[in-house]
Structure formats: C-alpha cells, structure tokens
Design a binder for this molecule. Sequence first.
Ligand code: ADP
Ligand code: MG
Length: 318
Amino acid sequence: MSPEFSLIDRFFHGETPSVTLGVGDDAALVPVTMGMDIAVSTDTLVAGRHFFPDADPYGIGWKTLAVNLSDMAAMGAKPRWALLAITLPDADEAWLASFSQGLHACAKAYHTELIGGDTTGGPLTLTVTILGEVPTDEALRRDLAQEGDDIWVSGWLGEAALGLRALMGKIDLPQDALSICRAALERPVPRVELGLALRGVAHAAIDISDGLIADLGHVLERSNTGASLHFDWLPAHPTLAHFLPEPWAKDCLLAGGDDYELCFTAAASRQGEIQAIADRLGIKLTRVGTIEALPGLHLYDHTGNAMPITKGGYDHFA
Ligand code: ADP
Ligand code: MG
C-alpha cells in the first residue's frame, strides 16, 4: 500500500453506514431522497491565514468541519456527508492523528459521515466539501428577507475576535475569559439544530463568519432591502461588553470574524415561536433590528442617534 493510502486508511477511513459507497473508490455514492434538495458547499482553511500553523491540530480538525456545518445550518439543511481535501507539507503522524480526532469528533457530534476526499503535498491547506439535505422550497436563503421582518442573532457576538486579539498579544484577558474566547475561536459550535428548527419560521438566514455588518449586508443585497440595527440590543459577550467604550471592541462586535452564529429574519408575528425555539434548544436568540424597504443599513445608539458604519464595521475614524 502506498504511504498516501495508508494515511487515508489510518486517519480518514471512518464508518459510513448511510451511503451506498464511501472512501475507497473513484467517487462516493450517496442516496437521493425524493422531495429533498441537496445543499452543497465548500470552505477552505489556509495555515497562516485562517489559523496559526502551530495551533492545536485537534481544534483545526474540529474547525475545518465546523465552518462547513455552519453553512448547512445557515441554509436550514441537515448535514449528511463531507469530503476532505487535505494538502500537507509532510506526513506528520502525530499531527494527523490529532487533526483527524478533532474532525471525527465534530462529524460524530453532528451526525455527518466523511465519505471521501483528496490527499496531496504542499503548504498546509484544508478544504471540506459538505452535502446536506433540505426539503425543496424550505431552505433559508439569503434572498428571502422581507420588509418588516425582525432581524435575529443567535448566541454572543465578538468572542472569537476578542480571543484572536488576546492570542495576538494586543489585550490581556483574565484566564477564565481567555479560555471562553479561545474556545469560540478554535472550537466554534455550528448552529445546526437551530437552522433545522428555523425551517418554515425564518425567511432569510446567513451564518456570521465575517462579522454581522458584512454578513447581514449580503442578506440585504440579495433581498434588495435595507435594515436598521440597534447597537445596544446586540448580544455582546460580557467579557467583550466590558471593553465596549473602545473602538476596537465595537469592531469585534460588528465586524469580528469567526462567530459562526446565525443571523436570520422572520415576520414579527413569529416572535413567540422563536422564543420557544430558543428555550427548547437552550440557545440565546436576540432581536437586533428590523428589515426595511429602502436599501441601506442604519445603526442607532441607545439615544436613537445614527452611528457611523463603514463597509467593514464600526468606523472608528469618524
Ligand atoms: P483518485 O486517484 O481517484 O483521486 P485518491 O487516491 O485521491 O483517488 O483517493 C482514494 C480514495 O480515498 C477515494 O475514495 C477518496 O475519496 C479517498 N480519500 C483521499 N483522500 C482522503 C481524505 N483526506 N479524507 C477522506 N478520504 C480521502
Ligand atoms: Mg485524488
């Protein structure tokens, strides 16, 4: 067996009971269910750009899959199958063992099977392609926001950006706050159950990977609508809230990457149902604004005054 095959066999050949054919042939074979669309998406993580090359490989494995699961969540799709294209500088077995453990743990937690991939040599790059299922016409698309919809956000915003800032040595955090923010950065929790629960309830959804302003902006653009947001309604994690007088902290909240929370819109008449979903899943859901007919994004402070925003987020030069 060539070294490449033994690596695949040892680290990436898991159980795949739900497919007709998994790892080992020229292609995997997946069954197709009547009435379902296949949601398919791909995301790449590059060492030095999306993660520190010396970061804990278990976390890298977890995150490589988690960011793709987050895309399934944002579509209201049930994740089913994943393919991993991995480019490795060398066959470091300890690294691969830990990486694959993190990846398999994330796959198991969200009932996703690794059914194939590709293995090559080169600068460390990790690409997952993910497939999920969603009933035809029930996907939570970016282009379905409607005038008058409430805008909601799950969880807390800005923790991962705060963690990154701390790891880069730009701020000091107490130990407990640092571990919360590091976990948000290195082991993001994809909101898969929430995405499924929002089918038939939410209109539009997106996962927040590039910051609320940028990602909500995609929804507005695709839906041809505008929005007003209330800064003091935004769910800033208490650790971050402490820093909020600082312009960089506002950036973490509005434009911080790697949150992987969902931002979704729903008719105001669905508020009770959405609160019930939050209670049932134990996920904090916060109403942060309203979809408006006129294109443009407006941000208001607690006194109702407009706050400046740039394309990236909060304009601290204004
Ligand atoms: P091909 O020559 O057709 O590209 P490969 O030698 O790349 O085939 O892969 C052989 C089998 O191993 C395929 O079924 C492929 O999907 C699987 N595979 C390769 N790399 C990975 C990986 N990193 N993770 C999971 N499966 C993999
Ligand atoms: Mg190949």
